[in-house]
Design a protein around this ligand. Structure first.
Ligand SMILES: NC(=O)c1ccc[n+]([C@@H]2O[C@H](COP(=O)([O-])OP(=O)(O)OC[C@H]3O[C@@H](n4cnc5c(N)ncnc54)[C@H](O)[C@@H]3O)[C@@H](O)[C@H]2O)c1
Ligand SMILES: [Fe+2]
Length: 382
């Protein structure tokens, strides 16, 4: 067994009603004047008001307009505004976009360089402000990862800042926060969570600890996503999705994700497909290429998700697994082809060049892909 370290938020508070822990945690961390970072969809859904009603003193600052998949420039603007106030804490309420923004804001409040210089690994060595995060999607798992992903308009790519300074002090995973999540976001972020678990499970860095988390996450997500999608008020499905997405976050936050994410990044950066959607579209195609290189793991997943019978061979079971994943994507109305998004097939070469640069993720993949193989995978996705 290789030596590995396990990274997560300082404290995890989970379960229905966990949101009530917000005020005690604010006090425990000695936070007096803080900023809430959220977005219009979350505030229009009534969640912001609900959270504010739990606080005896209103926050010093509310950013309620973080755009989906935020660009670096947006965070730089917010940072200027934040620095004008005497803030000593940040609370994120939202999906991955609001949480990643808050992670960067809390970490860089006292940093005077350009955010562009922080892309990559371990460029940030300290965080200025305490950080509490409350996810409202299930989800990115960002509440427990050391990554923040921003859109870089210069290179038309999604890029990651990776540092232990981005791990929140507290993650409050209260499943009721996801009840208002719109259908399309439930589907895309839910498949994203499934991909996190699957890519972590087949990652070359997987460990017995991340495997256990990924296995449970795969089961929870596979069995509850369609129910949460069909009926957003189904609290038991929302609860399983919130737990599954958290566990998937813990798994991939330590084992890493692979080629699905690497090939999804240029689709987000260049064509503005959401993170969840771009992963969902690439998933079946990358899996087909990866399958021979992680056959034992995929066979385990097929048995775990009960998509095969005892008499099926390993190869048959893997085929059934791939078909079951494609069906899940179809059932939650994820388009099967990039053509649906008006992406011209002539872009394949450029997409492959950009994806091949995401070595931070490609090196976790069970199969080391050549640029020609990456091009072939994109071609399959049309
Ligand atoms: N840091 C990480 O570890 C990590 C991992 C995966 C993805 N990401 C990043 O996260 C972002 C995507 O996050 P996401 O999929 O959670 O979506 P999101 O945060 O972009 O939100 C999508 C939309 O859903 C709305 N929404 C979210 N929750 C809602 C709720 N409960 N009720 C009503 N509306 C709601 C938002 O207002 C927004 O309009 C991308 O930028 C992606 O790159 C980060
Ligand atoms: Fe993801």
């Amino acid at each position: 067994m290789n030596i590995s370290e396990f990274k997560t938020a300082g404290k995890l508070i989970t379960g229905l009603g966990a949101i009530k822990a917000l005020q005690p945690e604010i006090e425990r961390l000695g936070i007096k004047d803080f900023a809430i970072v959220t977005d219009k969809g979350v505030s229009n859904s009534g969640l912001l008001e609900q959270v504010l009603s739990l606080l005896p003193i209103p926050p010093a600052l509310i950013f309620d307009d973080i755009p989906p998949e935020p660009e670096v420039g947006v965070i730089e603007e917010k940072l200027q505004l934040l620095r004008k106030k005497d803030i000593n804490g940040v609370v994120a309420l939202g999906g991955g976009s609001a949480i990643d923004s808050a992670k960067v804001l809390a970490a860089t409040y006292g940093y005077d360089g350009s955010l562009y210089d922080l892309f990559g690994e371990n460029t940030l060595t300290s965080r200025t402000l305490p950080l509490i995060v409350i996810p409202t999607t299930a989800g990115t798992g960002s509440e427990v990862t050391n990554i923040a992903i921003l859109s870089d308009p210069q290179s038309q790519m999604k890029k990651g800042i990776v540092s232990h300074c981005l791990l929140p002090d507290v993650a409050i995973v209260a499943p009721e926060m996801t009840k208002t999540c719109p259908k399309g976001i439930t589907a895309a972020s839910g498949i994203d969570a499934f991909v996190h678990a699957l890519e972590a499970y087949v990652s070359v860095n997987a460990s017995p600890i991340t495997d256990a988390l990924a296995e449970k996450a795969l089961k929870l997500i596979y069995n509850s996503l369609l129910h949460a999608y069909n009926n957003g008020e189904n609290l038991s499905a929302r609860e399983d999705m919130a737990t599954g997405s958290l566990m998937a976050g813990l798994a991939f936050g330590n084992a890493g994700v692979g080629a699905v994410h690497a090939l999804a990044y240029p689709l987000g950066g260049r064509f503005h497909l959401s993170h969840g959607m771009s992963n969902a579209v690439m998933l079946p195609h990358v899996l087909k290429v990866n399958a021979p290189f992680c056959a034992d793991k995929l066979y385990s997943v097929a048995k775990l998700l009960k998509v095969c019978e005892r008499h099926h061979s390993k190869d048959e079971a893997i085929k059934l697994l791939l078909a079951a994943i494609e069906k899940l994507c179809r059932d939650v109305d994820i388009p099967a082809s990039l053509t649906h998004f008006d992406i011209p097939p002539s872009c394949v070469g450029e997409l492959a060049i950009e994806a091949s640069k995401v070595t931070r993720l490609l090196r976790n993949n069970p199969k080391q892909l050549t640029i020609e193989e990456i091009e072939d995978i994109y071609r399959l996705a049309f």
